[in-house]
Design a protein around this ligand. Sequence first.
Ligand code: C5P
Length: 215
Amino acid sequence: TEEKPLLGKKVLITAGPTREAIDPVRYISNHSSGKMGYAIAKIAKRLGAQVCLVSGPTCLQIPYYTDSYVSVESAKEMFEAVLEKYKEYDILIMCAAVADYSPTQSAQEKIKKTQDKLILELSKNPDILEFVGKNKLPGQVVVGFAAETQNIVENAYEKLMKKNADVIVANDARKAMGSDENQVYLVFRDKPTIMVEGKKEEVAKELLKRVCELL
Ligand code: C5P
């Protein structure tokens, strides 16, 4: 229908940062607030979808507007949560700022400051978007995000192809993080790029409207 274009559709969204443990009290993370992913979840619900939000640690309240909410910490946990669920969903929106690397070994005990130099070895995390892009089922629409600081649209298109996504939402990393507003480019496989600017909920609305056209 006009107001509920996502009625009967299931949307899986990842949001927020991940935390990669160094030892029991320390971690590697980033400044993602989770606001964009939570805004998408809220609007998807409003448009009639059944919504699952897989969220890393954020300061946001656990939303009342999802049908299911999975709280995770690390990239590996987020990957496992998505892996378990993604096949049941029509739309997969990978909005989380997943840490690219995590400590190869997280120490069992708190690391003491006895050494003048401490070398931390990092290993690459699984790329969740790339996994769902490459394993998507017929009819599934996969949306990724790209935080860039230069050549935003070109880099986003490259990401779209590499990860086999259907849409990449590209933004300027310096403007997006933590803010209530966003300016993004929606980059498609074979449609012109669209620029959208406004509150994160407005950006979410435009994104979901365009995703409906791809279903
Ligand atoms: O390659 P890059 O990290 O710039 O790609 C960003 C996109 O990939 C985002 O949609 C993010 O959620 C997703 N991603 C992921 N798993 C990772 C790294 C990024 O799902 N390990």
